[in-house]
Design a protein around this ligand. Structure first.
Ligand SMILES: Cc1cc2nc3c(=O)[nH]c(=O)nc-3n(C[C@H](O)[C@H](O)[C@H](O)COP(=O)(O)OP(=O)(O)OC[C@H]3O[C@@H](n4cnc5c(N)ncnc54)[C@H](O)[C@@H]3O)c2cc1C
Length: 476
């Protein structure tokens, strides 16, 4: 016998939970389905565990490298098993409080791999689920490149941060090769290095963070990583991988020169792809694009009128990005549009702030200079070093820069890119400004607390009219 629901949701990540909670608020029934662990990527193996361990690695690094003369470096002992155990405890608590405890009443959960049977019916773990409406929220998984020999070596992926699954990494490798130069490669690469692993990053493109970021972001982080002792190679294409006793050997071409790299482990961080190829999506007649992302309109409807999709599984459709807050917002919108019976809500992907949790952090929002020009703007842009920001000098941490992209005619601020201390907090001021289509003068008129890193934004805006090197203390 099939069970009937107002909304059947494929997946149980942040996107799925947002949809299930909205369904509950509307007095409807919803069922989520999960093949792995309830809660999905963010809580179990993404945002939460990575930020937990990255902060521990930062404490270790700061103790070894105090920024102030007069503070003596010291070596903290690292107990990896205890660190991993506390990370698992943080995940367990968070998962229990923010996910598992919400299941019940009108929100159901079915364990097992889910697949379409037809456009209204799904099967998960031997149970048939019939939905008046359906939401695809199956997220994404690491892309494993087709490299000779890779299938024969025990490679790591970003799943290494998981808990309660065999792929969890519980020991520190002595040395690590990382394939890829995107945000996951950088966050995990710096973390492992700081815990004591010898890290080499191999990036195929001409620079780190090659897509969607101002070039200065990747170049600055590459310099900071190199100064810290992390080996970063760009123009590096791995052609073959093999195991040689205790080591993985990667044969690569680096700027057309053949080179071999050896390490105890290899981590594949070459991007993520949507989980649309494992759910028999064709049985429901749903269209996916060339990247395998579910095609949706601005109301998150697929080409099949009662089926919606949101979160990582839509990739860059409608200008979306793979990030937890985007899925959490859109899951609610999709459920509303499916179930509320009122006016439809439209997604808004114009302003999506992003942070890379390296140290210093990189934070971005809005259009790059190149994208702004392509969109028809005549641009004014300026890049200022963090050394001009009073707080950066005061706390002896002047690494990084801020870049502002604005329309040269209207002065509307179109994009902000920052590498620096607390960039992940500062970027919210810029995001709010872009949300309200603020102009350079709005950043200047706002009194900023002195001395804060957010003054970087005011200084960048001021630099359109004055030389920020010739200002007194409060950026006026
Ligand atoms: C290492 C790492 C760090 C990250 N850090 C951040 C960060 O700091 N900030 C941020 O915003 N984002 C971060 N992300 C991205 C973020 O985790 C994702 O954007 C977000 O979790 C996507 O949510 P989702 O609900 O769309 O998909 P998911 O959370 O992936 O949920 C989909 C669920 O569907 C399940 N599923 C898939 N196929 C099936 C099937 N056939 N049957 C049953 N179940 C299925 C999966 O097991 C999964 O649990 C990070 C990701 C990684 C990997």
């Amino acid at each position: 016998m099939a069970e009937q629901f107002d909304l059947v949701i494929l997946g149980s990540g942040s996107t799925a939970f947002a949809a299930a909670l909205t369904a509950q608020e509307l007095g409807k029934t919803a069922v989520m389905t999960e093949a792995r662990i309830v809660g999905g990527t963010c809580v179990n193996r993404g945002c939460l565990p990575s930020k937990n361990l990255i902060e521990a690695a930062r404490l270790l690094h700061d103790a070894r490298h105090p920024r102030y003369p007069g503070l003596t470096p010291c070596e903290m002992a690292v107990d990896v098993q205890t660190l991993v155990a506390q990370k698992d405890e943080v995940i367990h608590d968070y998962r229990a409080n923010k996910y598992a405890s919400l299941v019940g009443g009108q929100i159901h959960l079915e364990h097992g791999r889910v697949q379409f049977v037809d456009a209204h019916t799904l099967e998960a773990g031997g149970t048939r689920l019939v939905g008046q409406h359906i939401l695809i929220a199956t997220g994404s998984r690491p892309v494993i490149p087709d490299i000779d020999g890779l299938q024969d070596v025990p490679y790591l992926t970003s799943d290494l941060l998981t808990s309660d699954e065999p792929v969890e990494l519980k020991d520190l490798p002595r040395s690590l090769l990382i394939m890829g130069g995107g945000y996951i490669a950088l966050e995990l690469g710096q973390m492992f290095h700081r815990f004591g692993t010898e890290v080499t990053i191999l990036e195929r493109s001409a620079q780190l963070l090659a897509h969607g970021y101002e070039p200065e972001v990747g170049l600055t982080l590459a310099e900071i990583f190199a100064d810290e002792g992390i080996r970063v190679l760009t123009h590096a294409t791995v052609a073959q991988v093999r195991q040689d006793r205790e080591e993985v050997v990667a044969s690569a071409r680096v700027r057309r020169q053949a080179q071999e790299f050896r390490a105890e482990r290899i981590l594949i961080a070459t991007g993520r792809r949507p989980n649309t190829d494992t759910i028999a999506i064709e049985r429901a007649g749903i269209s996916v694009n060339a990247q395998g992302e579910v095609e949706v309109d601005a109301f998150l409807r697929t080409n099949v009128s009662h089926i919606f999709a949101a979160g990582d599984v839509i990739g860059r459709e409608t200008g979306s990005q793979m990030a937890t807050p985007v899925g959490s917002r859109d899951g609610g919108i999709a459920a509303h549009n499916a179930l509320a019976g009122g006016p439809l809500r439209r997604v808004d992907h114009r302003v999506i702030p992003r942070v890379i949790f390296t140290d210093p952090q990189a934070a971005v929002v809005g259009l790059t200079e190149e994208a702004a020009v392509a969109a028809g703007h005549r641009c004014w842009c300026n890049t200022l070093p963090m050394s001009l920001v009073p707080r950066a000098g005061a706390i002896c941490n002047t690494q990084g820069f801020v870049k502002m992209v604005a329309d040269a005619n209207t002065h509307e601020v179109l994009g902000v890119f920052m590498v620096g201390e607390s960039a992940g907090e500062v970027i919210h001021e810029a995001a709010m400004a872009l949300h309200f289509r603020a102009r350079l003068q709005d950043f200047i008129d706002l009194l900023h607390v002195y001395p804060t890193m957010a003054e970087a934004l005011k200084l960048a805006a001021l630099s359109r009219f004055k030389d920020p090197r010739k200002l007194s203390c409060c950026a006026e």
